[in-house]
Design a protein around this ligand. Structure first.
Ligand code: PMP
Length: 409
């Protein structure tokens, strides 16, 4: 098949050249990287930004009265501005650096949750959720007396909106959900769900881990209360992510972690806290990570994003076409709208065996429960094999996946 497509204004060959890892060989085969929902590869621009910081600007931020610290602080805060613009945040002080979605959700759960939830309150989460959006709420609900309740999904993998309507009442204080399911690709109608949740006075936290790499996200247009994403799924480094929140909510929330940087004045009689965003950024931050994430955001801004979305949609369409001809292959979930995530089972081949066998051909997929055990239980499967596409994948990659599967049918 054609391996050199130009989808609208997206020149895939050029994009591929930006990512050094795509030239690797694995077990004697050219790497076919189809595990982008777990983490994306990194473009040269991101690798270079991190290396530049350590080579030329390495110093702590917001502290030192010297040139290197000034340069590091400037680069660090420029990344915050870049992320604020990327999410269309009203202000950059609403951008809180966290390690990733996991920490973003924990921050909201332990800070907002512990001070706003009480006995009888309800937290609603769809069956689609990643463990990182379930477990923190279970922990905080156990401590506050609130309850966590799953929102049913249809067999297609779409949220059952009628069921949601039946569950919403004034005791629901929070609906937390992913923008896109990492396990089966469902694009959730978050704008609509936010409207329904707000009608009963509930807040909404959106986990954007699988969304931000696929299309521009506008937190004001969504009208969400919190939005969080991880840098490493957006071509940025691991260990850095973002929590965005409405300013009045963040202002009213107590700090999550205590320590340096997050204070205004400390004494043994009492401590006052710094203003946003620093109130939530205790200790020396992941400076290289923040700078690398800024570079990733600038890299993405330089792409034809509409072209990228068309390209990814065409890869999924092609996948579904080829999958129909593979004996014994079953897709898990068939959402109304999906990003380029294809979860499947192959009769007679356990997903983890399939993963190992594909790896022998240089093909990287994810297998297992994808940190979504309640969703796997909902489908009655222990796990799946998952191929997940992004801007640099090609039809050749899809061909390789199914040629690989055919070897084992
Ligand atoms: N939510 C979703 C939808 C995810 O895909 C992931 C990562 N697989 C997470 C949360 C957790 O992200 P992280 O491990 O970067 O904190």
């Amino acid at each position: 098949m054609d391996s050199h497509p130009v989808s609208a204004g997206l020149d895939i060959d050029r994009v591929r050249r930006d990512f050094p890892a795509l030239g690797l060989e694995v077990h004697g085969h050219p790497l076919v990287y189809l595990d982008n929902a777990a983490t994306t590869q990194k473009p040269e621009a991101v690798i270079e930004a991190i290396s530049h910081y350590y080579r030329f600007d390495n110093a702590n931020v917001h502290r030192g009265a010297h040139a290197l610290s000034d340069r590091a602080t400037t680069a660090f805060e420029q990344s915050r501005e870049a992320v604020a613009a990327f999410l269309n945040s009203p202000h950059s002080r609403q951008i809180i650096w966290v390690r990733g979605v996991t920490e973003g959700v924990n921050l909201v759960a332990h800070s907002w949750g512990r001070s706003n939830l009480e006995e009888g309150d309800r937290v609603l989460l769809p069956y689609l959720e990643h463990h990182s959006d379930i477990v923190p709420w279970q922990m905080v609900c156990a401590a506050t007396g609130a309850t966590v309740e799953p929102i049913p999904i249809l067999d297609s993998g779409d949220i059952d909106l009628d069921a949601l309507d039946g569950m919403l009442d004034e005791r629901v204080k929070l609906v937390a959900l992913n923008h896109v399911s990492n396990a089966i690709g469902t694009v959730n109608p978050v704008r609509d769900i936010i409207r329904r949740a707000h009608a009963v006075g509930a807040k909404v936290l959106v986990d954007g881990a699988q969304a931000v790499a696929h299309w521009p996200v506008d937190v004001q247009a969504l009208d969400c209360d919190f939005y969080t994403f991880s840098g490493h799924k957006l071509f940025g480094p691991t260990g850095i992510g973002v929590l965005w929140g409405r300013e009045e909510l963040l202002d009213a929330m107590p700090p999550f972690l205590g320590g340096g940087e997050m204070i205004e004045r400390v004494s043994f009689e009492g401590t006052t806290f710094n203003s946003l965003p620093f109130k939530f950024e205790a200790g020396t931050p992941n400076i290289a990570g923040v700078i690398g994430l800024g570079a990733a955001v600038r890299y993405v801004n330089g792409l034809d994003r509409a072209g990228a979305a068309v390209h990814e949609a065409s890869l999924l369409e092609y996948t579904l076409e080829l999958a129909a001809d593979i004996p014994g292959l079953t897709r898990v979930g068939a959402p109304l709208e999906s990003v380029g995530i294809f979860s499947f089972l192959l009769e007679g081949c356990h997903p983890s065996d399939l993963g190992m066998l594909l790896d022998q051909q240089g093909i990287a997929v994810r297998t297992g429960h994808h940190c979504t055990q309640p969703l796997m239980d909902r489908y009655g499967v222990p796990g799946t094999a998952r191929a997940s596409y992004t801007i640099y994948n090609t039809r050749d990659d899809v061909d390789a996946l199914f040629e690989g599967c055919l070897l084992y049918t």
